[in-house]
Design a protein around this ligand. Structure first.
Ligand code: CP
Ligand code: NVA
Length: 300
């Protein structure tokens, strides 16, 4: 049997994604009730980080410990990955020792090559193209607050980036309408858009994108690796700030999400991020529970 990986949301069927989300909520309840659940005893997850992280690192590492296993933090500074050992060789070697690998890196194709040569499950912890683990947490948060997302309308406001691409995949898999409001020249990847054209609409007018939204989502204007473009992007994205005025055009009970870290005063104002419609802290917490459900499924 070939090894199962989680590189994008398309690696799981809609039913499988819904089952993971339900399990995540169940694991959350068990944890809060003080019940120990340790199906990953003696199992190890290697975590390769080519980019910075707070939530991803802490949620995977804590999640592994809670499931009875162990996680290893590997940075390019202290390993041979940073000195040019081929990805394929690293994949072959690591998968002879550990039970799963999580990777956060730049080029998505590097995660695909790693997975192709790994005999243990590989999880995408963010690439320039996708951030599927964050979507598990976002969807879990929606399901917990509002029930199934099928038929809902989601507005993505801002950059057509890795998070936006994962929202496109989620729209396709879970059956919601995704209205993307982005500046011209900052649209999502055309191939990814094409693959989900029935579920999404793109406009360059944030007000139009947010109309009738049940969920409003944004992200930083300059992602990791785009630091040099930051000044230019701040100018281009001004009309895409999620502030009270823009949010008032969405449905009255719309929720607001942001994968964090956020820049108050740039892509979102403090009154929205810290306001009553924001569920960003639940969303951040759910990284832990959603990924525990994923690791239990892949590694147990
Ligand atoms: N949202 C998210 O992935 O956060 P980190 O970059 O802190 O892992
Ligand atoms: N789009 C952001 C997400 C960070 C979690 C980035 O890639 O930097």
């Amino acid at each position: 049997m070939s090894t199962r990986h989680f590189l994008t949301l398309l690696d799981y069927s809609p039913d499988e994604i819904r089952a993971l989300l339900a399990r995540a909520t169940e694991l959350k309840k068990m944890l809060k009730a003080g019940k120990h659940h340790t199906p990953l005893q003696n199992k190890t997850l290697a975590m390769i980080f080519d980019k910075s992280s707070t939530r991803t690192r802490v949620s995977f590492e804590t999640g592994m410990v809670q499931l009875g296993g162990h996680a290893l933090f590997l940075s390019p500074r202290d390993t041979q990955f940073g000195r040019g050992e081929p990805i394929e060789d690293s994949a072959r070697v690591l998968s002879r020792m550990v039970d799963g690998v999580m990777i956060r890196t730049f080029e998505h194709k590097n995660v695909e090559s790693f997975a192709a040569h790994s005999s243990v499950p590989v999880i995408n912890g963010l690439t320039d193209l996708f951030h599927p683990c964050q979507l598990l947490a976002d969807m879990q948060t929606w399901f917990e607050h509002r029930g199934d997302i099928k038929g809902a309308t989601v507005a993505w406001i801002g950059d057509g980036n890795n998070m936006c691409h994962s929202y496109i995949n989620a729209a396709k898999q879970l059956g919601f309408q995704l209205n993307i409001g982005c500046p011209q020249n900052y649209c999502p990847n055309s191939e990814i858009v094409k693959s989900a054209s029935n579920s999404i609409q793109i406009t360059h007018d944030a007000k139009q994108a947010i109309e009738q939204a049940d969920l409003v989502v944004t992200d930083v204007w300059a992602s990791m690796g785009q630091e040099e473009e930051e000044k230019e992007r701040i100018k281009v994205f001004q009309a895409f700030q999620v502030n009270k005025e823009l949010l008032s055009l969405a449905n009255k009970d719309a929720l607001f999400m942001h994968c964090l870290p956020a820049h108050r005063g740039e892509e979102v104002t403090a009154d929205v991020l810290d306001g009553t419609q924001s569920v960003v802290w639940d969303e951040a917490e759910n990284r832990l529970h959603a990924q525990k459900a994923l690791m239990e499924d892949l590694l147990a």
